[in-house]
Design a binder for this molecule. Structure first.
Ligand SMILES: C[S@@+](CC[C@H](N)C(=O)[O-])C[C@H]1O[C@@H](n2cnc3c(N)ncnc32)[C@H](O)[C@@H]1O
Length: 532
């Protein structure tokens, strides 16, 4: 196999040398790099294996090969472009978008750098088919068009129809620029007609607001974890169970313990819960858990570390002049600095904050948690899903994830601002989405008086407590857990996830399912049910 690949690469190089006119220097640089850098060679090998797998319909292998290639050479646009196709074939258009965008950005950057005479510029090494007489320049342009079309296909699969229609029209408008490279333009036309029809049908069925609905949210089939990620199965491992047991025993002075529980609706699947180790009388303070992570939308002046509202008199400003973060005191500043602020200091996330502030539910705080989780991952040099404090959290997502389309842009801002190299796949886009899926059902969020998202916190041990509409415990100011009534030894500790005044039984029931995946049929939700 290795020999076969080497032969193909040699053929490519020969044809490159023969056909290259426009970019001789970058081609020579690329060849020098190919011969001196073993990682470039490895990346090409993975790409060939990926292409072969893709042709044979082995999309999972193709994904693995392209990912390995990216780790070795993240600057190869063909790897990203081809992986975006593998994602489309695997039914993950939400992941395809970012990969095709990367390929497009890389090619555009190459062209800009070339025009600016950037020294040491390397031409991407692209594969040549038999009897193909495309110059490297044309080959690159062809890849660019392919990547643009893949992004449009991903939009269409995600039912982001206005985005797909707009991009199709743009591409067709620019057709002349790409006239010298072979490309099947009929496919673009066809997709445009299909998307327009779908959008028209939708507007007829659901009214004109359908257009906005499908512009802002992408629909993808995702249940909280991808097939290559076994963390959710491992979260109930003996090792993690023992660590949690120790922590819970410590904060509660052994009043409660971690237990493995089951729920009727999830069949045999075990989940975590907390149980009383002895009788606990009413109003007893069971424990206090300081949040692991806090976020706030900056509508009010709150400490970036602990969310305390702060006055002008008692506050500590980040010492860096171009950083606007504020803290209650130097202690909060130092803790924030060590945990995440070190890599966030002075970085501009205002675009994200502007969107969060106008949100109409606390769920928009999720993106603020994502920024900080990625920052912690960067500081600790680990994938955010592997952070010790949160790796046990249960992810929940309805089969159909309504992904805000802004997520694609936000992810790119986060990676860029935190200076995470794009080839570091521990911070890949699927990690971002997977984090969203434990944040939505584990974070605590509060709104302000105008119902805008104000602040939120993550308390990883409190996240072990399950819901009951008639709970035996409650969270005081979201940090102290108190018994509402007497709890007997062995009884599960429960809180109500939704206890706002004025919430009807129907609304609670609906929200319990949408946000937490809980199908509640208790006597409070269904007071007239015969079974009670
Ligand atoms: C904050 S976590 C609670 C701990 C969780 N059981 C675990 O194993 O990590 C919230 C998730 O637990 C599950 N859950 C909590 N209360 C439940 C209930 N009463 N019935 C079914 N599932 C419940 C849901 O999957 C929910 O999304």
């Amino acid at each position: 196999m290795e020999e076969e690949i080497n032969k193909k690469v040699e053929e490519t190089i020969k044809s490159l040398l023969a056909s290259c006119r426009l970019f001789p220097k970058p081609v020579l640089n690329m060849l020098a790099d190919f011969h001196s850098n073993p990682q470039t060679k490895k990346a090409i090998h993975h790409r060939y294996l990926g292409n072969q797998a893709l042709t044979n319909g082995n999309y999972k292998t193709a994904f693995n090969e392209y990912s390995s290639g990216i780790i070795n050479n993240p600057d190869d646009p063909a790897l990203w472009c081809n992986r975006s196709l593998a994602f489309l074939k695997l039914g993950h258009p939400e992941l395809s978008v970012i990969d095709s965008r990367r390929a497009i950005a890389m090619i555009n950057k190459f062209i800009a750098d070339y025009l600016n005479n950037k020294p040491g510029l390397r031409m991407p090494l692209l594969a040549y088919g038999k009897n193909e007489d495309l110059t490297p320049e044309k080959k690159l342009t062809q890849l660019q068009v392919k990547a643009m079309f893949r992004e449009i296909q991903a939009f269409a699969d995600l039912e982001l129809l206005p985005n797909a229609i707009y991009s199709c029209e743009q591409l067709l408008q620019d057709k002349d620029i790409y006239k010298d490279v072979p490309f099947n333009w009929i496919d673009v036309q066809k997709l445009l007609v299909e998307c327009k029809k779908k959008l028209e049908d939708g507007c007829k069925k659901y009214g004109p607001t359908y257009k906005d609905f499908v512009k802002n949210g992408a629909n993808c089939t995702f249940r909280g974890s991808y097939w290559w990620d076994s963390r959710q199965e491992n979260r109930m491992s003996e090792e993690i169970f023992q660590i949690l047991t120790q922590k819970v025993s410590e904060i509660s002075s052994s009043k409660i313990e971690v237990a493995k529980v089951t729920f009727e609706e999830s069949g045999d699947e075990y989940q975590y819960g907390l149980k009383a180790t002895s009788d606990i009388s009413a109003n007893t303070l069971i424990y206090e858990e300081k949040p692991f992570l806090c976020v706030n939308s900056k509508i009010k002046k709150r400490c970036d570390y602990c969310n305390q509202e702060i006055s002008k008199k008692f506050r500590y400003l980040c010492p860096r002049v171009d950083c606007k973060e504020i803290y209650c005191n130097i202690r909060c500043y130092q803790q924030a600095y060590d945990l995440y602020h070190k890599v966030m200091c002075g970085k501009d996330f205002s675009e994200i904050y502007n969107v969060v502030r106008t949100g109409i539910s606390t769920s928009s705080l999720i993106i603020l948690f994502l920024i900080k989780l990625f920052a912690i991952g960067k500081i600790r040099d680990t994938c955010p899903l592997d952070l010790e404090e949160i790796k046990h959290l249960r992810r929940w997502m309805a089969a159909q994830l309504h992904l805000p389309s802004a997520s694609f842009d936000f992810y790119q801002i986060v990676i860029k601002n935190l200076e995470i190299p794009i080839g570091d796949l521990r911070f890949d886009f699927w990690v971002f989405i997977s984090c969203m899926c434990f944040l939505c059902n584990n974070m605590f969020g509060e709104q302000d008086e105008n119902s805008h998202p104000d602040f939120g916190s993550l308390q990883p041990l409190t996240s072990l407590i399950n819901h009951n509409c008639e709970p035996n415990a409650e969270l005081d100011l979201k940090e102290e857990l108190k018994a509402r009534r007497k709890i007997v030894r062995g009884e599960q500790i429960t809180i109500s996830y939704l206890d706002w005044p004025g919430l009807t039984n129907e609304e609670r029931s609906q929200r319990l399912f949408v946000t937490y995946g809980i199908k509640c049929n208790c006597r409070k939700c269904f007071p007239y049910s015969k079974s009670y």
